[in-house]
Write a protein that binds this ligand. Structure first.
Ligand code: EPZ
Length: 417
């Protein structure tokens, strides 16, 4: 069994590059099905979730190859419209293949998607959007069968700005005849990146990054070449690592505007963060102080994916902090593990109340991706040695996190027991 062996309590000093965004690359890989030919995706991170998306494309007859951080997907010989259960169950984003399969072949067959256990994660908004575009969607005991030989554009009003449902609607709308309007769309930067890729393929789509996206569908698309945006949650992770351990680090390719609420919170907690010619730099010399209240919200609010990372920093700050989670109903499971390191955190309903305390190394286990990153951050800031288990969660979203944190001066090794 693999784990991270972390020697904490040592201030960081170093420089690390931020890799491409998982949550941008995944919908873009699904989008490659929309056009026959050879797509080129630069800055595509090497993660297990990306490997799962590439495996789905391979099962559908596409040829995929990786050359460093560039992935080439040739969809010319694609066939079939069924995604194997084993691959659907590996991650949540597999649900995006429903939209792109429907748009490109008029049919999609799959089971319900897997993904991090963050609470109830229904897909009703995805299925509703596909139905509004004319698809017949049958759900027989968790087996989904979507059919529509000819999708038609429509007005889709999302009751909640779901990231995945917005992306699925964009993908399906590209294959629908006529105009589709997606109202109350998610405004996350990854949506803009997907729009940029679709435009590179010739799609007529606008409004990504606002609440109203308009797609003029039914236009034949061609293969696209695109560079995936830097990962904003990985950026937040490295910033929080320096904040927790102290010291100074530079993050190459990091974009401050993409993580503005995280910068604000870390600055309030006692960090200095500034833009450099190559990205962002962060320094923390004095003591951390408690802040709050922080409330997670859809973009441009405080990102839910960064709340465990910030909690790991605030756990050792002087004073009290409070974080309220409004997106997922079970995203505080990692706090129990943080408490094993000496953190004083009480979860009451949707709010975690953190009373800063010194942390000590401990043996802890990740229960989901960002929770695992939070435990690693806390371990860097804790006195003594820690063992962080559950690396299969962390590897879904971080490209060799131990190497990256090592570049920042962290004493961390991947070890097998
Ligand atoms: C995306 O998940 C990200 N995943 C998540 O990143 C991220 O936490 C989340 O957006 C919010 O920013 C990918 O992009 C692959 P949602 P997604 O649909 O699309 C409810 C990470 O760590 N909902 O915006 O699944 C849902 O239950 C991950 O990288 C419905 O009720 O998020 C949740 O409460 C984890 N019905 C809320 O909406 C639906 O049909 C937000 O979900 C869809 C969603």
């Amino acid at each position: 069994m693999e784990y991270f062996a972390v020697q904490g309590g040592v201030p960081l000093e170093g420089c690390v590059a931020v890799h491409g965004a998982k949550n941008s690359a995944l919908p873009i890989l699904a989008a490659t099905l929309l056009a026959p030919g050879e797509h080129v995706l630069h800055n595509c991170p090497d993660l297990t979730d990306i490997a799962a998306a590439l495996a789905i494309l391979s099962c559908l007859g596409c040829q995929v190859r990786r050359e460093g951080s560039t992935v080439v997907v040739n969809t010319i010989h694609r066939r079939g419209c069924a995604v194997p259960d084993r691959l659907m169950g590996q991650m949540r984003a597999s649900v995006l293949f429903l939209g792109s399969l429907l748009a490109s072949s008029g049919e999609a067959i799959a089971c319900w998607p897997g993904g991090c256990a963050l609470g109830e994660r229904p897909i009703d908004l995805h299925l509703r959007a596909l139905r509004l575009l004319g698809a017949e969607v049958l759900d027989r005991g968790g087996r989904l069968s979507c059919r529509c030989p000819r999708l038609r554009g429509n007005r889709i009003v999302l009751p909640f700005p779901s990231v995945g449902a917005t992306e699925n609607a964009m993908l399906a709308a590209c294959g629908a005849q006529g105009v589709t309007e997606i109202c109350n769309a998610a405004q996350e930067l990854e949506i803009v990146d997907l729009q940029n890729f679709l435009r590179a393929c010739g799609a007529n789509i606008s409004g990504g990054g606002t609440q109203r996206i308009v797609v003029y569908g039914g236009v034949p698309l061609h293969p696209g070449e695109h560079s995936v945006m830097p990962d904003r949650i990985v950026t937040a992770t490295y910033l929080c690592a320096v904040a927790a351990a102290g010291g100074e680090g530079e993050l190459l390719a990091a974009q401050g505007g993409a993580v503005a609420p995280v910068l604000q919170a870390l600055t309030a907690a006692g960090c200095q963060i500034w833009e450099t010619q190559r990205g962002l730099a962060v320094r923390r010399q004095g003591a951390l102080r408690g802040i709050g209240p922080i409330v997670t919200a859809p973009y441009p609010g405080f990102p839910t994916d960064a709340q465990p990372l910030l909690a790991a920093v605030l756990a050792k700050a002087q004073g009290e902090s409070a974080i309220t989670e409004t997106i997922f109903d079970r995203r505080f499971r990692y706090t129990q593990q943080l408490c094993r390191m000496g953190a004083r955190i009480q979860v009451e309903g949707d709010t975690a109340r953190i009373c800063g305390a010194p942390l000590q190394g401990a043996s802890v286990k990740a229960t989901d991706l960002r929770g695992g990153a939070a435990l690693t951050i806390a371990a860097l800031g804790a006195q003594g040695c820690s063992q962080v288990y559950g690396l299969e969660h962390i590897d879904r979203g971080y490209e060799r996190l131990e190497t990256a944190l090592g570049c920042l001066g962290g004493r961390i090794r991947r070890t097998t027991r």
